[in-house]
Every structure is written in C-alpha cells, then in structure tokens.
Design a protein around this ligand. Structure first.
Ligand SMILES: [Zn+2]
Length: 292
C-alpha cells in the first residue's frame, strides 16, 4: 500500500454479479492542470476524462496493456486525449487548454461546449492489433458517454459517477469516480437497485470535498445494504513515458529529405507533459547518418 490518496480500487458486488471500479484522482488532475496551465473548463473536461480512463484501466490484464479515450467535438472546447496503462500511469492533453468563454457560467458546462462529437476508445494489449470502438457523444458530460460506450460497444450495462470540483483559482478541490458494471448473470432487481442508488448519490467530488473517502461513498450511498468487497487497491499517478530517444524515432519518421532541409536546432515539445527535447544540427546529422 502507499500513502498516496490516488488509488484505483477494483472489487465485486453480490457474489460477482457486478464489477466495481472506483478511484480518487484529485492530485493527478491538479498536476495535469498545472503542467498545461488549463483554464477551468478544460480542467473539468480533463479531470473527468482522466478519471474515466483510470476506471477503464482497471480491466487491463496484459503487462503492456494500454487504454485511451479520445474526444473530437465541434464545440469550442473541441476535446482531448487521455491514456492509461496497466502500471497506473496516466497522461493526457486538452485540445484547447486556455479556453475562456464570455458568459461566466458557460465556463463550467462541459457537454454544452463540446457539442456534437465522438467518443473513441482504443485498447492495446501489446501483442494483438489495437481494438477501437467509437460512439457519438451522448451528452458530452463524459460519465454518461462512458456508460453509453460500454452499453453500445461491449454490451455491458454500466453506471458511472464522475466528479471534478474546482475553485475560483482553478485549484482542484476534489476529483474521483465510480463505475459499476452488470455482468450477464446479474439479478435484474439488484441492477435496478444499484441504478437507483447511483442516481440518488450526489456528485462524488462534492462528497469527497466534505471529507468522505471513496469507500465511505460506496458504503453509504452507492452500495448501501449490498454485499461488496474490494479485491485490489493500486496506486495511480500522472507520468509521461516520453524520452529523447522516442522523439528521435519520431523525427526519423519525417524522412531523410525533411531532416536534410532543417537548417537549425529544433526543439519538439511533448504534448502530454510539456517536456522540451532539443536536437542540435549535429545531432540531426547523426540521425541522418543512422538512416544510411
Ligand atoms: Zn512527455
């Protein structure tokens, strides 16, 4: 166990009739906000997306497993990408990080400012070809879209509660989420009870802000009166796996002629963590030689 609050919990409900995933992501969302200098609305979008992908990563089994969610939308918020791997590493970026809308209340409405768009999930197991599933955005609030994705693409009825609470100074007060999935053997009346409990549960981030842990929220609201257990608790964190070598490989993909035309140092920036990798003319020469 770790002292970090950022953990992913996996569990089961009523003799494995349901799967349970829950996580706290406050510190991770704060880090992503700080690295990309996200304004409030992109912060809320990224907070919900990073929490959603963290919950989804709970099903990864292969050691090289990776899962990503990508939103492409027509509204001013446009969308973003988040990626999680089996080791609990999370990263992502918003397409419009410094969005500020003239009407103050609009700066907290994710779905309205995404508008029409798509929700794409890509799974990589490391060995097999990646699997991709795509749906139209349901309401753009991410939680509903995630539940709809599982229902449409994987025939897994799911209930999701995602929350990101942010204050006036763009400080993340609380972020987290809960996802419950009914397996084929699930009892209908229990499914209805959990759905109703989920509807009657206030937003997780509001409850966390009042000092409740995710386990307490499960116990007192979502799974009240039900038999459930946590089988695994693992740390999750923001971490980018970029490196100069990886960027060099990316440069080589540009091709020989493109590289030969470069007349000065170049400094590509990692979208995910804002790290800058400078390649001098000499280093580019060396890369060119490696192509021969
Ligand atoms: Zn990076």
């Amino acid at each position: 166990m770790t002292n970090s609050k950022e953990t992913l919990l996996r569990g089961s409900i009523e003799d494995n009739q349901f799967r349970l995933f829950a996580c706290e992501t406050t510190g991770i969302v704060q880090q992503i906000r700080d690295i990309h200098d996200l304004y409030p609305l992109p912060s809320i979008l990224m907070g919900r997306l990073i929490t959603a992908v963290a919950l989804m990563s709970g099903e990864l089994k292969a050691p090289q497993g990776e899962i990503s969610i990508r939103i492409d939308a027509e509204g001013p918020l446009k969308g973003g990408i988040v990626i999680a791997n089996k080791e609990g590493m999370l990263k992502g970026y918003a397409f419009v990080p410094q969005l500020w809308l003239p009407e103050n209340q609009d700066n907290f409405l994710v779905g309205k400012n995404l508008g029409k768009g798509t929700f794409t999930v890509i799974r990589q197991s490391g060995l097999k070809a990646p699997y991709q599933g795509k749906i139209e955005l349901r309401d753009g609030e991410i939680g509903t879209d995630l539940a709809y994705y599982y229902h449409q693409s994987e025939q897994l009825p799911s209930a999701v509660n995602l929350g990101v609470l942010i204050d006036q100074e763009a400080r993340i007060r609380a972020a987290g989420g809960i996802m419950i999935q009914a397996l084929p053997q699930a009892d209908k009346s229990l499914t209805l009870q959990i759905e109703e409990n989920m509807i009657n549960t206030p937003n997780v981030s509001d409850l966390m802000d009042m000092g409740m842990t995710i386990e307490e929220i499960l116990d007192r609201f979502v799974l009240k009166g039900l038999a459930w257990q946590i089988s695994k608790s693992t740390p999750i964190r923001f971490q980018c796996d970029c490196s100069k070598e990886r960027f060099a490989r990316g440069l080589l993909l540009l091709g020989k002629e493109e590289l030969q035309d470069l007349r000065e140092d170049i400094s590509p920036v990692c979208h995910y963590c804002s790290a800058v990798y400078t390649f001098t003319k000499d280093e580019i020469e060396d890369l060119l030689k490696s192509l021969d």
